[in-house]
Ligand binder design. Structure first.
Ligand code: FAD
Length: 292
């Protein structure tokens, strides 16, 4: 199907994009990679009268400053699949990137677009919540930062204001003796996942878990921070048994919703399996400088 007619404008900066969004109001949408918006338009589910192309509004940069990594909004999934800076800061980033859609999608779609779209099954929202990322936003009132955990309200709904744009995302690089891992199950390679699991494990000098963060995607209407039930791992050596206990606690506590292709009980089982695997691998990477 073809999209309904629209006016096409190009913004030379994020500031100009905000101005155009204010000028055209709810008839306008920004477009980045177009990999979510264009399908919605061709299905008639989104009918913007004005499209504001932001692909020339800023740089595509992945920069490390000490223990912080800053990824600009226009960075594409494929950039993060290959960036040595991203991989060096956090092993989970290229791992999650290569699970998104297919090669074509990864070469057009952007991290800013994925976060703004707020799809509950998407990889970047789950990663952002697990890592405690902050999202940089520009709007009519100026710049502000939103914690990833406060960005996703429900399926495809975020706390972004109507004329706000995401300009970048900032996240902590993994520390010494900290490891990260992303795991998911999809029915076919490239499909949206049935369950995603992202884990961050820190080990103390005695080799025991000193801190843990876990997020789940695809099971509910937004990514879930399930670090609290996973905290039974703190103080333990991370092995098959203890990772299994923590994963079972996560699976029991998680708000798992029905899915057309998978029963709730089945998805809970998958949560337990993927979280255990992610915790074990993150702990192994913590001993190895977070290298995959
Ligand atoms: P666009 O499609 O351009 O925009 C999406 C929405 O975000 C629009 O509402 C737009 O106005 C808004 N927007 C875009 N950029 C900004 C910004 N900087 N600030 C504010 N608002 C903005 N995604 C996954 O996560 N996992 C998958 O497995 C997956 N599989 C896919 C398979 C196919 C076949 C296709 C077509 C897409 C798939 N996607 C998947 C979606 C893909 O990742 C998109 O790239 C992503 O969801 C949106 O990024 P985009 O840059 O393409 O955004």
């Amino acid at each position: 199907m073809a999209a309904a007619p629209f006016r096409y404008l190009r913004a030379a900066s994020f500031g100009e994009a905000v101005g155009l969004l204010e000028e055209h109001g709810e008839d306008a949408r920004v477009i980045a990679g177009g990999q979510s918006l264009v399908p919605l338009m061709t299905l008639g589910l989104a009918l913007p009268e004005v499209l504001i192309d932001i692909t020339g509004a800023g740089e595509r940069t992945v920069e490390r400053d000490g223990d912080r990594l800053r990824i600009s909004a226009l960075v594409r999934h494929a950039d993060l699949e290959r960036s040595p800076t991203a991989a060096g800061a956090c092993a989970m980033l290229p791992e999650a990137a290569r699970l998104i859609g297919n090669v074509r999608v990864r070469h057009r779609g952007t991290i800013g677009g994925s976060l703004a779209h707020g799809e509950a099954t998407a990889e970047w929202p789950c990663v952002a919540v697990a890592l405690g990322a902050t999202v940089q936003v520009l709007g009519p009132a100026g710049e502000r930062s939103i914690a990833a955990s406060d960005l996703f309200l429900t399926h495809m709904t975020t706390s972004l204001g109507p004329a706000e744009v995401i300009t970048g995302v900032e996240l902590p690089a993994t520390h010494v003796r900290e490891g990260t891992c992303f795991r998911e199950l999809a029915r076919r390679a490239g499909d949206f996942a049935l369950v995603t699991a992202a884990a961050v494990v820190a080990l103390g000098g005695d080799g025991r878990c000193s801190a843990v963060r876990v997020a789940l995607g695809a099971v509910a209407d937004r990514p879930l921070d399930v670090s609290e039930p996973a905290a039974v791992l703190v103080g333990e050596q991370v092995d098959q048994r203890t990772a299994g206990v923590a994963a079972a606690a996560v699976a029991a506590a998680a708000d798992v919703r029905p899915h057309p292709h998978a029963a709730v009980d089945y998805r809970r089982e998958i949560v337990a399996v993927l979280v255990a695997r992610a915790l074990l691998e993150a702990a192994a990477r913590a001993r190895n400088g977070d290298r995959a």
